[in-house]
Design a protein around this ligand. Structure first.
Ligand code: NAP
Length: 297
């Protein structure tokens, strides 16, 4: 963002149902400022009944693009002119690009997740195995990324088994070589599977602000030091799940890096600028500092 908003300032933003704690404006405005672009990124908190008008309004107001977050990632696809293939398969978008009077939908969450592991932490996915807790929109993006990178096996544990069943069925058509098994969250085999897998990934919202003491794992589950425990939640920075994993000696990752990488991908779609690694690293650092301050407030 230039120091002054003027008649030519381009507008981007985020549309969500409860975004008063979102750090997306911080991330995008930091990037816009770094590249001296005459654009700004704003929060648009709306109710469900306002979604069609809000998306249609992007055209009327000539907004360059928006991120879409909970709970509109699936529903908003209906109002777009075109949806990119991966987003169609995942069944959710998190980015809209407004170009040539048309609205295009993308999913950058799955790219953000992959980059947070493979580039940021240099962790390979190929040939490993994973437990995914949850079967909502974020789980679909994570499982898509894991299958794309040739993971050996995925076990989904979710409260609502039908949602997990839907993922298993749909993804089998795209990734026939990747076995996906599904279980109710309290299934007795969870401990045995945890003892044997490489990744334990929480994609449920359990443990996020304000219910920060909730944990997606049933009581008495033991974790171990061989696990990579990944929580998509970044607020609070250290969830009850990650604290438990850290105590057991596991490697822990929160959702902060994924958030930064998905933002960087959305930024590229809107501006054509791919931030260099050095800039991404600085952004991650700034994000963690800002998040720590907010988490302690
Ligand atoms: P969603 O579609 O609403 O899915 C929520 C998931 O949590 C479902 O599996 C749901 O189970 C489960 N869940 C919710 N309350 C539960 C409860 N009381 N007991 C058991 N399971 C429960 O939401 P989403 O879009 O997937 O997002 C999930 C989380 O990921 C959120 O915290 C979000 O902020 C985070 N996220 C982070 C990033 C990032 O960049 N770091 C990106 C995307 C999402 P049911 O299916 O049984 O309802």
């Amino acid at each position: 963002m230039k120091t002054e908003i003027n008649g030519e300032t381009g507008i981007m933003g985020i549309i969500g149902g409860n975004i008063n704690k979102t750090l997306s404006p911080f991330l995008h405005n930091t990037l816009l400022k770094h590249y001296s672009l005459n654009d700004c990124y704003l929060p648009f908190q709306i109710s469900t009944d306002q979604l069609p008008a809000a998306i249609e309004g992007l055209k009327a107001l000539n907004i360059k693009g928006v991120n879409i977050t909970v709970p509109f990632k699936e529903k908003s696809m209906e109002f777009l002119d075109k949806v990119e293939n991966s987003a169609l398969r995942i069944g959710a978008i998190n980015t809209i690009v407004h170009k040539d009077k048309l609205l295009f939908g993308y999913n950058t969450d799955f790219i953000g997740f992959k980059r947070s592991l493979m580039e940021e932490k240099e962790i390979e996915i190929k040939g490993k195995s994973a437990i995914v807790l949850g079967a909502g929109g974020a789980a679909r993006a994570i499982i898509y990324a894991l299958c794309q990178e040739a993971i050996k096996e995925i076990s989904i544990f979710n409260r609502t088994l039908d949602k997990a069943r839907k993922i298993e069925k749909e993804y089998h058509a795209f990734f026939p070589d990747c076995p996906i098994r599904i279980f109710p969250i309290g299934d007795r085999c969870l401990q045995d599977k945890i003892n044997r897998v490489d990744f334990l990934i929480n994609t449920t919202s359990l443990g996020s602000y304000p219910d920060i003491n909730l944990n997606p794992l049933p009581e008495n589950i033991l974790l171990n030091q061989h696990l990579i425990a990944y929580d998509l939640i970044y607020f609070p920075a250290k969830t009850s799940f990650l604290r438990q994993a850290e105590k057991a000696g596991a490697k822990t990752i929160n959702g902060g890096q994924m958030l930064v990488y998905q933002a960087v991908e959305s930024f590229y779609l809107w501006t054509g600028i791919r931030p260099e690694m050095e800039i991404v690293r600085q952004l991650i650092h700034k994000f963690h500092s800002k998040n720590a301050v907010i988490s302690n407030q």
